[in-house]
Structure formats: C-alpha cells, structure tokens
Design a protein around this ligand. Structure first.
Ligand code: SF4
Length: 441
C-alpha cells in the first residue's frame, strides 16, 4: 500500500472524463492501473489526494471547458498544496507545449499511451511537473482489465489510434497509429464480462471495423464475440464507411446477437468537401453502402456525424448535406460546427465560414434531424421490440428505461417482475424525436 503523509491509507484519486466513449473506456483502464498500484478512488474531488482530468482535443470548445475546469480545481490544490492535479488524454498530447504555461499548477501531464506509467508519474517530486506524452505504436493495454461500471453494457476497446488522417481530425496525432488488441485478450475480456453478468458488449475503436489481428478481420471478430455464452447483444462504434466490407455486413446480417444499429459517420453530403476532408468516399459510394446495409439488415437504424462549415463549404455544399440527410433518413446524428485544430492537415487552410454562418447551418441540420428522428420514431408506434432493461428512468414516475435493438431509448412502466438485465417485449405507444413511450403487452 502507498503511504502518504505517514497516514496508513491509500491515496484517493478523483477522475473526471471528457469526450468520447474511447475516453470513458480509457478512464476505466486508468482506474484499474491505479487501483493495482494501491490507489483508492473517490467520486468527490474535495476529498481526493489526486485529481485527474481525462480530456478531449477534438474541438476547441472541449479544450476551453477543460481549461476552465482546471482553474476551478486549482483552488482545491491551493487549499491542500500536497494534492496533485493531472491532465490525461488527447488534450495532454495535443497541447503539450502550451499546457504548462496555461495551467502552471499541473503536476502531471500524460498522453493516451502513457497510462501504464501513471503510478510512477504521480510519485514524482512535488512541485516538479512530470510530462509523458510519448506515442507508442505497440501499446494496446491488452493485459489490463478495466474497472468497468456495473451495468448491463460494457465497452471493450479492440483497437487504438487511426491511420486515416482526415484533414480536420487530431486523432491520428494525439492517439497515434492504428493498432489492434490481440484477439485472445479481447475474448478473455468478453468472457470475464459475461461471467459477471454483462449482457451487451460494445466493441470500441476509432475506426473499429479496420480491426485486424493476424488473419482475423472485424467480421470474424464479431462472430467470435457472438459465440461467447451469456452475452446477448453486440454493438460497435465507430466504423469508417471505407472499411465496411462484405464480411462485416454479412456478420451483422447473419449473427442475431449483432444488433441492427450502425453509427456510420458521413461528415458532409458534398463530394467536393468530402474530397477536401480526405474521407476516402463519395456520396454516391456512401449511399450505395447504405442501400446494401439496409437490404442485408432489415430494421437497421442509422446514425451519423456531421460537420458544418468546414474550410471552403459553400451554400451549395451545405444544401447537399441537407439533401443527403433526407435521402438516408438518419435515426439520429451528432452534429458539430467545424473547429480548426492545430497539427491537422486543414489547420493551415484556416476558416472560410464565419462563426455566425456555422451557427446558422448547425441550427438548420439540427432542426432537420429532429424532424427526421421524430418521423422515424413515430413510424414505430404500435410495433413491438425486445428491450434490454437498464434501470429506473431518470424522469421517475414509476417508469423504467432500456434500449431497443436499434439503440432507441424506450420507457415503460416498472413492475416487480422486471429486473435490470432482463429483456422485455414492449409495444411503442407514442414517440418523441429522442425516446419511445411504451407499454408492456
Ligand atoms: S477516421 Fe478520420 S475522423 Fe475518424 S478518427 Fe480517423 S482521422 Fe479522425
């Protein structure tokens, strides 16, 4: 056990996570690494000896939020100077040069490939900041079993990094090159999760369907995970459209445990902008893929990512994005204003669309998506779906919540015979753009 201030108690770590699902999974892994090294965890920053923020660098806005939060937390450090403050993740990697100037109270700065060394870094001399942002082409943390939350669903990282280098994206620079977690480690982890009662596995990777371990590709990985007893549902995120090969579509279509839901980032509906972004597909190829997916997988729900206001986006390009959204009829979408990021290929191009114009375009795509989501959800009224029960609904009122196979949120009346982790059939009674109000027939 680590002894601090001669007190015989484990130092307590408070960890706050920003950004995507990959970061949430990384935080669970960081927690496991620190627990193994003798640290305890706390959900209260006030009682922590070590405060860590696991951060995101995808958008400027996310970085500003973290810097604001850091200066709040610096006050806690003032109150107890031996308390350590650390910054982890993509922002640590992205802003390594300027971070210590902007946040001089930081004790530790560690990038996504440095978590194994965190106990060492945290043990560094007080007042002497330690920075470790080396990228490691081989690091997959495959020997570490993350400290998963209790819950019906667990996120299992199967690959790290990205080789696509889309012009707007910092991921290849902050998370390094693509590498897959060895297959035996993934299967071991899924079996462990099944033993502790996890029902649903979400396979994670920046371009998850680029997975490859020896001769095993992503389609085969899906089938092997599906063969694990006790796991009833499998999802994955985020695939890249260019890696959506026939074997992945076949595995989705043929393996009942793989759920009929796909997050398929498109980013723009304009071929000119897609080429400038370096996405590697045209709208025609994307729409053909959607057609193949829909004919292979009945009842497939689709979501996407859309960026508005990328460098050079004209009104006609934006109109093409709205048109593509209508043609696909997405069930949901994550929509963002383009944010110029240092180190990316598009950085030197700068912004050509004003912030006001980006805001207008964003409001328009959001309004369109709301109406598409509502239309798609209303079409489900009267139909029945198996729902994996997650727990009581946040809004209370004696309701429970769970997800349909299409990853739609269904609310239904609680009953003593329905338990968390059960799969119950519900009938959709009414719908909003974001949820389905249901009855249990
Ligand atoms: S595929 Fe493109 S957008 Fe996605 S993580 Fe890789 S570089 Fe970024």
């Amino acid at each position: 056990m680590i002894v601090e201030n001669n007190a015989c108690r484990a130092p307590r770590v408070y960890l706050e996570t920003y950004g995507c699902q990959m970061n949430i999974a990384d935080s669970q892994m960081v927690t496991a690494i620190l627990q193994q090294a003798g640290y305890a965890t706390t959900s209260d920053a006030n009682e922590a000896d070590i405060i860590l923020l696991n951060t995101c660098a995808i958008r400027e806005h996310a970085e500003d939020r973290v810097l604001g939060r850091l200066s709040d937390l610096a006050r806690l450090k003032d109150a107890r100077p031996r308390r350590k403050l650390g910054l982890l993740g993509c922002m640590a990697q992205h802003n390594r040069a300027s971070l210590l100037k902007k946040a001089p109270w930081l004790d530790v700065v560690a990038g996504p490939d440095s978590y194994r060394r965190l106990p060492e870094l945290l043990a560094g001399v007080a007042g002497d900041p330690t920075v470790d942002v080396r990228l490691d082409r081989a690091e997959t943390y495959s020997d570490i079993s993350p400290a998963y939350d209790s819950g019906v669903r667990a996120y299992v990282t199967v690959m790290r990094g990205c080789d696509k280098f889309c012009a707007f994206c910092v991921v290849p620079y902050v998370r390094g090159r693509e590498r897959s977690v060895p297959l035996p480690a993934i299967l071991r982890e899924v079996e462990r999760l099944a033993e502790r009662g996890t029902k649903e596995i979400v396979l994670l990777g920046q371009t998850v369907n680029a997975y490859r371990y020896n001769q095993v590709g992503f389609g085969q990985l899906l089938r092997m995970v599906a063969a694990v007893d006790g796991i009833t549902r499998i999802r994955f995120t985020s695939p890249h459209p260019s890696d959506m090969t026939a074997d992945v579509i076949e595995a989705m279509a043929q393996e009942p445990k793989v759920q009929p839901y796909l997050h398929l980032p498109v980013q723009s509906g304009s071929d000119r902008i897609l080429a400038a972004m370096g996405r590697g597909y045209t709208t025609e190829a994307y729409l053909r893929l959607v057609e193949r997916l829909r004919s292979a997988i009945p009842n497939l729900a689709l979501s996407t990512d859309i960026i508005v206001g990328f460098h050079g986006e004209e009104e006609s390009d934006f109109a093409a994005t709205l048109d593509l959204m209508r043609r696909v009829g997405y069930d949901s979408a994550f929509m963002f204003k383009y944010s110029v990021r240092e180190h990316t290929r598009a950085f030197k191009l700068g912004d050509t669309v004003s912030n006001e114009e980006k805001s207008r375009r964003l409001a328009e795509v959001i309004a369109l998506q709301e109406s598409l989501s509502l239309e798609r959800n209303r079409a489900l009224i009267g139909r029945e779906f198996p729902v994996l029960v997650e727990g009581p609904a946040r809004r209370g009122g004696g309701m429970m919540v769970g997800k349909t196979p299409q990853f739609k949120t269904a609310l239904f009346p609680a009953s003593p015979s329905i338990n968390i982790g059960d799969t119950v059939n519900v009938r959709i009674a009414s719908a909003t753009a974001h949820s389905l109000l249901s009855t249990v027939p």
